[in-house]
Write a protein that binds this ligand. Sequence first.
Ligand SMILES: Cc1ncc(COP(=O)(O)O)c(C=O)c1O
Length: 432
Amino acid sequence: MTSPVLERYLERTQKSAAAHSKAQAVMPGGNSRQAGYWAPYPLTIERAQGTSLWDLDGHRYLDLINNYTAMVHGHAYPPIVEAVERQIRQGTGWAAGNPAQTRLAGQIAERVPSVEQVRFTNSGTEAGALAFTIARVVTGRQRLLMARYGYHGSLLEFECGSFGREGPATYLARFNDLADFEAVLAEHGNEIAAVFLEPVLGSGGVIPAAPAFLRGVKAAAHKAGALFVLDEVLTLRFAPGGCQAAFDISPDLTMFGKLIGGGFPVGAVGGRAELLRIFDPAEMKVFHTGTFNANPVTMAAGEISLGDLTPERIARMETLCLRLKEGLARAAGKYGLPLSVNHFGSCLNLYFSQTAPESSIVREDAELVGRFHLAAMNHGLFIAPRGMIALSTVYSDALITEVLERADDALCDVAGELGGTLWKRPTADAIP
Ligand SMILES: Cc1ncc(COP(=O)(O)O)c(C=O)c1O
């Protein structure tokens, strides 16, 4: 079937197409990151500033995913650029302490209620692996329990669950279904080292947990002798002390990542000193090291990123996101497109169906959302292929107006394709 949306994408992104061909010769599928790929080929971005990205063909995009929430202050945020430049001139890594790591760890411990101490890694995935290691050492057990369609990183033990499959080390239960978690823990509790949960399913489709569900799972995990690990890699952006402060839940361990690196690779596990002491060289129960752990550049950037994420900025992003949600719903209605929007704080997920599915992994609208994704790019909007949006603190009311105008054009194109040709914008008086 011909698709004017696809044709327009192919025509306006020829330099990205050529770059992708070259990349494919030297990297499998042309990349190192599934989330940076979409069919027929992803854009190649040359530079980024504030809310904007520019591709090789010179087109500007308003970035509505912000490296999957990590760039919470947008791109090349001047205070981070300054701090990083200063740090780079002073050196970028050495196998000894650096003052910035102590300051960032202190900041995290001050903001996040359950955290007394922090251990840094280079990604959220590594933070998950480390939390699982701690749980295995502390409990002597080898398996984990997580939500079906939850996401804790690109590790086989977590990924099978993200796609809805149990694995040799992984049990699953339904998100927001306390009885299901209790049943798995009652049956297999003596094998389970830890229960991992996101307080808001991020890649699963922006679905908040009921606080009572989180508290219930924690109690059931403890009854079974397992640790309760809260994954705040994404959700730290929703409240100054993370969702655990907002929801009043105190996990044994917390995973961090994304925004605490200020745009640089990062992860961390936080928790009570009594649990993290297994890494203390005085005890040396677990050997954990990493060439780039807590490297001074990431730490300097992270300090600014976290420090500048004030309650006022979090609230403003939420207000703007709500406006975006309402505007998108209105525009979709105008073109007769079904649209459901999951929303929490500064994030949302779009579904071209009457109701949102249990997860963005299992959805009826995969083709339609893919088409909207390309149409959005044709009109200069950069969103996640699965329809996720995450704002940054540098968005303004005027920029949201611009996003809504561009989204209107993209929705118009998608609606037009459903009729077989590129849809002509209705005149104002033709709109009911
Ligand atoms: C909730 C959650 N946990 C863990 C991770 C993994 O982090 P990273 O991509 O830094 O390995 C992510 C990344 O998207 C995430 O959203």
